[in-house]
Write a protein that binds this ligand. Structure first.
Ligand code: GLU
Length: 305
């Protein structure tokens, strides 16, 4: 089976080095296997994700030497497709409206898991039709999907075996927000499946999303892709990079550096090369192997900045 990888950034700002690392490793893994590499712009929230940022991402990937295959997909243009899959969940009787506010969710959610994630308490799960009608007068509901008492297990390409009891460790989750915008979990599952993606490579902050996505894939009759989650990239002091670290966003880096320098730092941080020397992305393809990438946080070399 042909490998189909993808990069699925949310264009709410300029890419920083953490995003670039993800794009690079997904590209190397796909190209190493002779596979395709797709680009999908996750701009569901059009207020936060203007088209201009998406265009910069496309230009940044070109600058980095990470070529993509096929058409670029924009999630903001795919609402009708997500609605078809929402309808499938509705027909199965799995959806219900949820009127909980953010504050109510936080107050009612118990237990909080050790990693800070919150399990939905099920407050709106069994509302009667009359109660629902009453609540609709003052508040537009989000849409939640009921999860079963089922444990989802899979083997992550970097982190190894991972499992989650959906009901106990996640709870019913939102597939559409109260403003009508589809939630990430539904959109990402539908898009990966319809694009034939066989390998999802992304940051480890999304590791705990994989069980929900695997469950949705199976529910829709799709075969879930393989998942590889990348340890987070930290700066020299061990702090996680964020969009606030403007010195490490590509806008500034492109003015100061060559693409080979950026690729060299990241390849070094990811354990692919022994020193942070400049290297073109395509020169790394033949030596790429996931076994080289450590499980602990990845640190940028001192040479930056
Ligand atoms: N759009 C998500 C992000 O930029 C990544 C989604 C994914 O790769 O599944 O964090």
């Amino acid at each position: 089976m042909e490998t189909i990888g993808r990069f699925a950034p949310s264009p709410s700002g300029r890419m920083h080095l953490g995003n670039v690392l993800c794009a690079l490793l997904a590209w190397l893994s796909a190209r190493r296997q002779g596979g395709a590499y797709l680009l999908r712009i996750e701009d569901l929230d059009t207020m936060r994700c203007p088209r201009s940022f998406a265009e910069l991402i496309i230009d940044d990937l070109r600058w980095l030497g990470l070529d993509t295959d096929g058409e670029v997909l924009y999630q903001s243009e795919r609402t009708a497709i997500y609605e078809e899959y929402e309808a499938i969940l509705r027909e199965k009787g799995l959806l219900y409206p949820c009127f909980c506010s953010r504050a109510a969710l936080h107050a009612a959610s118990a237990p909080h898991l050790s990693d800070g994630r919150v399990v939905y308490a099920g407050t709106c799960r069994e509302l009667t039709e009359a109660e629902t009608a009453e609540k609709r007068k003052t508040r537009a509901p989000a849409t939640r999907v009921r999860v079963p008492h089922e444990t989802i297990s899979f083997t992550d390409g970097v982190y190894g075996p991972y499992r989650e009891a959906l009901a106990e460790e996640c709870g019913d989750f939102i597939i559409r927000r109260s403003d009508g915008v589809f939630a990430y979990q539904l959109a990402v599952t539908v898009d990966d499946a319809l694009s034939g993606v066989t390998e999802v490579v992304r940051g480890s902050d999304l590791l705990s999303s994989a069980p929900r996505q695997i469950w949705l894939h199976r529910l829709f009759g799709f075969t879930p892709p393989a998942f590889v989650h990348i340890p987070l990239l930290c700066d020299r002091d061990g702090r996680r990079l964020s969009k606030r670290d403007e010195d490490l966003d590509l806008g500034l880096l492109r003015r100061r550096c060559k693409p080979e320098q950026v690729v060299g730092w990241l390849a070094f941080a990811a354990g692919l090369i022994d020193s942070p020397e400049p290297v073109a992305a395509r020169e790394l393809i033949d030596h790429f192997a996931w076994e080289l990438v450590p499980r602990h946080e990845l640190r940028l070399p001192d040479v930056i900045g």
